[in-house]
Design a protein around this ligand. Structure first.
Ligand code: ASP
Length: 332
C-alpha cells in the first residue's frame, strides 16, 4: 500500500504493539491497514533496521545488506535509495512534490557510527541525495553542501542530472496553484520523509534521512531532514533517532539530538520519543494543525516511536520479520 493512501484506510480501531519489550496500546485509526499488532514478532535482536512510514521495500533492501554482514551505513544508503527511485512516491527523490515555483528540491543527510555526517540541502536534478550526502561526508572536508554547489559536486562525483518533476507531481502542483493555499496537511504526502536507522551485526549504528520536504514550500526552504540533531542524530554509544513531519517544529526543538540525549540519561527509546513530542505540544498551542513523528533505537536494539497525531507508522525489519507497526500518539 502506498503511503499516501494511509488516511483513506481508517480501518484499525485498536492496535496493541510491543516495541523494545514495552507493551503499548494505541488507537491509531489511520495507520496502514496491514500494520501489525503481534508482540511476539519483535525481539531486540541484531541486526535491525527501522524506518519512518510503511516502506517495506526500503527496509527489505537494507536488511539484505545487513543480513550478509554489511555495514549499517551501506544498509542505510541502499535502503533510502529504494524510495528515492520510486517515482510514484511524492515525498522523496524523483517524483517529489515541488516547491511553489514548480522546482523539486531535495534534502538528505547520513550519519555513521564514527559520528561523521554529510548532508545536501536544496539539491535539484539528482535522484539520489542520500548517496550525494554520503559522498559529502566521505570525499569533502565539509558536512553540508547546498543548491548549485551540491549539484556541481554530485555531477563531479558521477551522478547524472535528470528532471525529477513527474507528470503526476506537475499535475498536483498545477492543481495546487489554483488556490495557492499553503497549509501543512497532517499525514498526507507532504509528511513522508524517509528517516532510517540501522544497527549491524557488530552493533554499530548509522542513520539517514531523505525528503523532498514540504510540498509547495517557499523557494529556498530547507527543513529538518538534512540538519544534524534535528532530522537525524546518531551516537554509537547510545542510539539514534530520526524525524518526519513539520520540519520547522523539529528544528526548533532539535528533536533527534534531544531523543538521543534523553536515552543517554536512561530513558527507553519509546519514552524519549514521547518526551520529544511533549516538548513540542507543550509549547505550540496549534499542535492540532500539524504532525511530527519520531522513531528511535538504542544500543540494545530496542525501538520506540511516537507522533502527535494518529496515522504515523514505522517499518521495522528485525529477527527476519519485515513489519509495519502503527505508532502510539499524543492527540487521542
Ligand atoms: N520533515 C520534512 C520537512 O519538513 C517533511 C516530511 O517529513 O515530510 O521537510
Amino acid at each position: 500500500m502506498k503511503r499516501r493512501t494511509f488516511i483513506q484506510n481508517a480501518s484499525l480501531s485498536s492496535i496493541g504493539i510491543v516495541a523494545g519489550g514495552t507493551a503499548l496500546s494505541c488507537k491509531n485509526e489511520n495507520a496502514p491497514k496491514d500494520a501489525v499488532s503481534d508482540p511476539l514478532l519483535i525481539d531486540n535482536s541484531l541486526p535491525l533496521v527501522v524506518a519512518t512510514w510503511n516502506v517495506k521495500e526500503s527496509t527489505a533492501k537494507a536488511w539484505e545488506v545487513l543480513e550478509k554482514g554489511g555495514s549499517a551505513l551501506d544498509a542505510i544508503e541502499q535502503g533510502c535509495r529504494v524510495e528515492e527511485a520510486n517515482a510514484e512516491g511524492q515525498s522523496v527523490g524523483i517524483g517529489g512534490l515541488p516547491d511553489r515555483d514548480g522546482n523539486v528540491t531535495l534534502d538528505a543527510c547520513i550519519m555513521n557510527a564514527e559520528g561523521d555526517y554529510g548532508a545536501v540541502v536544496y539539491l535539484q536534478n539528482i535522484k539520489h541525495p542520500i548517496s550525494v550526502a554520503r559522498k559529502v561526508m566521505e570525499n569533502t572536508p565539509h558536512v553540508i553542501l547546498a543548491g548549485k554547489g551540491a549539484e556541481q559536486f554530485a555531477v563531479s562525483e558521477g551522478f547524472v542530472k535528470e528532471d525529477l518533476l513527474t507528470e503526476a507531481s506537475k499535475k498536483a502542483w498545477e492543481e495546487w496553484k489554483k488556490t495557492s493555499e499553503y497549509k501543512p496537511i497532517i499525514n498526507i504526502e507532504n509528511h513522508d520523509t524517509i528517516g532510517m536507522l540501522a544497527i549491524d551485526k557488530n552493533g554499530d549504528i548509522s542513520g539517514g534521512c531523505t525528503t523532498s520536504g514540504l510540498a509547495y514550500k517557499m523557494a529556498g526552504r530547507v527543513g529538518d531532514s538534512p540538519i544534524i540533531g534535528s532530522g537525524l542524530f546518531i551516537d554509537n554509544e547510545i542510539g539514534g533517532a530520526t524525524a518526519t513531519g513539520l520540519g520547522e517544529e523539529v528544528l526548533k526543538t532539535v528533536g533527534s539530538f534531544l531523543i538521543v540525549e534523553l536515552m543517554r540519561q536512561g530513558m527507553t527509546p519509546q519514552k524519549a520519543c514521547e518526551e520529544a513530542i511533549g516538548r513540542i505540544v507543550r509549547k505550540k498551542k496549534d499542535f492540532k494543525d500539524f504532525q511530527v513523528g519520531y522513531i528511535a533505537v538504542n544500543k540494545k536494539g530496542e525501538v520506540g516511536s511516537y507522533s502527535i497525531h494518529d496515522g504515523f507508522s514505522k517499518t521495522q525489519y528485525q529477527n527476519g520479520q519485515n513489519l509495519t507497526i502503527a505508532s502510539d500518539f499524543y492527540n487521542k
